[in-house]
Design a protein around this ligand. Structure first.
Ligand SMILES: [Zn+2]
Ligand SMILES: [Zn+2]
Ligand SMILES: [Zn+2]
Ligand SMILES: [Zn+2]
Length: 394
């Protein structure tokens, strides 16, 4: 149902076939991470990040700690130098790709972009030094590691266990050669979900036939402002984003609704040149930021205790409500941070059997994502599903 297209403006792209349409939530692509290896002891196949590495080198992986202990590899002639254990995640993945390429003569990531020509020379020098160390430890050709490293930087996707997972929840990095052909947009029309290390790419809204699929490589529009997104994409992926959310017609209105502060005169978002024109002094900005970070701290500790204890305490609820009150005064009504707080409150009230309050907050979270993303979006569908489950008493 998908096809690879060559386009003049964007190079290679993955798109729906001409006769093929997709509904919101439809599974478009399922792909396994490409670096497979076997347990060094029992030789059973091992997907990446399901195994555990030798404690001294990245060359041997095991299905379990027991097999690692039983294996004579560690400290033996085939055991590498301990350096790679300290190397950055991207370089460890690159080293494993290079090991597979050298040992099996199979280049699993053949044809994936490296953008070597776009990297500033001082940065390329630092990368080459790191790759040289990794190559020396693993007994590999340095240029093999450098090429793999560049491919990892440009193409690797972080494996995260669930929707709305934060950066801290990530389980590791992996390369999915087919998904690597997805182009970027800051308001994407596909989203990633993981089942173990298997990547699922789903439509976030109804897509007409022939649509070019667009995945968001970095923070989405609404998660961070345009200038920050543009800079991050340029630094890591070497292009200036010209997606619809970043285009010249961009006015900041939509972004202000998702991340803005509330104007004390008109209750709309505070944006220079739109809205009522009222401005916020830098003193007021600082004061508001201080109050918001205080609210954030209370929220974070409440979420922590929510995750650690099965019973939800009154203090947890109190902290969340404190946070909500501050945010409702200072942030514009559709700010997604408010949606996050309502969502957490719904999850806190649920286990207490307080369905009424749980549904109230789930409904508010739904209203906010709906106003930000529009009705057909996957995020909205997830939130609606949560509300339905609560209504059904689950
Ligand atoms: Zn094993
Ligand atoms: Zn080892
Ligand atoms: Zn963009
Ligand atoms: Zn105003």
């Amino acid at each position: 149902m998908l096809e690879v297209r060559e386009t003049a403006s964007e190079g290679r792209a993955l798109a729906l076939a001409d006769q093929q349409r997709a509904e919101a939530g439809a599974l478009l692509l399922a792909e396994e991470a490409c670096v497979f290896t076997v347990c060094h002891y029992c030789l059973e196949a091992l997907p990446p990040y399901a195994g555990i590495p030798c404690q001294a080198c990245p060359l041997a992986w095991y299905c379990c700690a027991q097999h690692r202990a039983l294996d004579a590899h560690h400290g033996g002639a085939s055991c590498g130098v301990p350096w790679p254990v300290l190397l950055p995640e991207q370089l460890v993945l690159a080293t494993r790709l290079a090991v597979v390429a050298q040992v099996t003569s199979r280049d699993l990531v053949a044809g994936l972009e490296t953008h070597v020509g776009d990297v500033p020379s001082h940065q390329l020098f630092q990368e080459a030094v790191m790759c040289f160390i990794a190559a020396a430890c693993a007994g590999l050709e340095p240029q093999l590691v450098l090429k793999a490293y560049r491919q990892v930087v440009i193409n690797a996707i972080a494996i995260t266990p669930a929707e709305h997972a934060s950066a801290e929840d990530r389980m590791g990095l992996a390369i999915y050669p087919r998904a690597a052909m997805l182009n970027h947009a800051c308001s994407p029309n596909v989203a990633a979900a993981f089942a173990g290390t298997r990547l699922h790419i789903c439509a976030t809204s109804d897509l007409p036939p022939g649509t070019t699929l667009r995945f968001c490589y970095g923070p989405q529009a609404g998660e961070s402002i345009r200038e920050v997104r543009l800079r991050q994409l340029k630094e890591q992926y070497h292009f200036w984003c010209r997606c619809s959310a970043c285009e010249a017609s961009y006015s900041g209105v939509q972004e202000a609704a998702m991340i803005g502060m509330k104007c004390r005169l008109c209750n709309g978002p505070v944006v220079p040149s739109i809205g009522c024109g009222a401005e916020m002094s830098s003193e007021e900005q600082i004061e508001r930021m201080a109050r918001l970070s205080q609210a954030d701290a209370a929220f974070a500790s409440a979420c922590l205790s929510l995750a650690q204890h099965s019973a939800v305490s009154a203090e947890t609820l109190q902290s969340m409500h404190f946070c909500l009150e501050v945010q409702e005064v200072l942030l514009v009504t559709s700010n997604q941070v408010l949606g996050r707080t309502h969502d957490a409150l719904a999850r806190a009230y649920g286990p207490r059997g307080d369905t009424e309050n749980a549904m109230l907050h789930a409904q508010k979270a739904l209203d906010i994502v709906r106003s930000n993303y529009g009705d057909g979006h996957l995020v909205v569908a997830h939130q609606r599903r949560r509300l339905e489950l609560l209504a059904a008493g689950l």
